[in-house]
Design a protein around this ligand. Structure first.
Ligand code: MRU
Length: 352
């Protein structure tokens, strides 16, 4: 296996991000020295993927604490709100930033000062990177067991969309973590990686990861969903999530909902794999999820070359919401939510 490059490293007060905009052709690092740099890294998609956006938020708070030794809880809250405004859909960012503010409040009441805040945030960030690895492995094992029982076989042809691997999570991955785990156990016959227009996370990033891990795959375009399933080429589909709300509706990369509808039509099991940090227990329904609208030039241009006639505009929603009734199961570190109902979601996650 070729070496996997860590997408996020804290190196002596500098946050180093693998520049995912340049992959797969160049492996370069962007250095963040201020929380504004971290904000730009998230907004400009140097770093992306729901869990990794969350961890960048934590280390962004560490950068703020480093540059503002005499800060207050109010200032920290402002920094958290600022970082949270970088991208709206993945709830992980909000979740981690809220926890950072809580850490600061706890530190203030226990030590009476915020002097050690940078150290606390860095420790917290590294702990989360370890925890997500454990969670991803648990989710992969749950998926493996369910798939074997559901399909009555040991080797699978899996489809996925966007990038949900270690580039999106730090260690391992969610949906792509399932695929990597199956591959480690010689249980992958083939993977179909959807190219993921317009930002091309599938063809650029998922294919980059699969190739590094020697996992056999083809890149396919979004228009081929029906062709592939009608031909019986897909045993199951695994995607990640940016936000799962209480009724199981799930926001993920644009095209996920279309994929789920085609899967339901052809009776192909469709799974969402996401840690509970991607769950938004404050929202009841998918309609409440803010959907990021990105620059139209991501559609209109390819590598600086305009594709559409001059004067033509584009609409670029970056995510869509898959209806809970199109999802066969949601896998989180606490177990499998199947069927996907509000009651089951609360029961498996232990929330109310
Ligand atoms: O716009 P991106 O690349 O940040 O979108 C990423 C996705 O939609 C992923 O599927 C999702 O964040 C889950 S990553 C484990």
């Amino acid at each position: 296996m070729s070496s996997l490059i860590n997408p996020l490293i804290w190196d002596d007060g500098v946050l180093k991000l693998l520049d995912q905009r340049k992959l797969p052709l160049e492996e370069t690092i962007v250095e963040c020295r201020t929380h504004e740099d971290a904000f730009n890294g998230i907004r400009d998609m140097v770093v992306r993927g729901a869990p990794l956006i969350g961890y960048t938020g934590i280390f962004g708070m560490a950068l703020f604490a480093k540059g503002n030794r005499n800060t207050s809880i109010e200032e920290l809250q402002k920094a958290a709100d600022y970082l949270n405004s970088s991208r709206p859909t993945a709830v992980n960012l909000n979740y981690e930033l809220r926890r950072c503010v809580q850490i600061a409040k706890d530190l203030k009441s226990s030590e009476g000062s915020l002097e050690n805040l940078e150290k606390e945030f860095v420790k917290f960030g590294h702990e989360q990177l370890e925890i997500i690895h454990t969670h991803n492995l648990s989710m992969a094992k749950i998926a493996q067991k369910d798939l074997e029982a559901r399909l009555g076989k040991k080797k699978f042809r899996i489809m996925t969309l966007c990038n949900t691997g270690y580039l999106a999570c730090g260690p391992m991955g969610t949906a792509l973590g399932v695929i990597a785990h199956l591959a480690n156990n010689d249980q992958i016959e083939h993977v179909y990686a959807s190219e993921t227009r317009p930002y091309l996370q599938g063809i650029r990033l998922t294919s980059y990861e699969l190739k590094k891990q020697n996992i056999p795959h083809d890149v396919v375009c979004e228009g081929s969903f029906s062709y592939l399933m009608k031909k019986g080429l897909i045993d199951a589909i695994f995607i990640g999530a940016d936000r799962i709300v209480r009724n199981g509706d799930t926001a993920n990369k644009i095209g996920s909902s279309t994929l789920s509808i085609v899967a339901k039509h052809y009776n192909v099991p469709f799974f969402v794999v996401a840690p509970t940090s991607s769950f938004d227990f404050e929202s009841d329904h998918g309609d409440q999820i803010p959907i990021e609208l990105r620059d139209q030039d991501e559609i209109l241009f390819c590598k600086g070359q305009r594709l559409a006639p001059e004067g033509v505009s584009a609409l670029n929603p970056s995510f869509d919401v898959t209806d809970a009734n199109c999802i066969s199961g949601i896998i989180c570190e606490k177990g499998l939510i199947d069927p996907v109902t509000k009651e089951n979601l609360l029961k498996v996650t232990g929330r109310n």
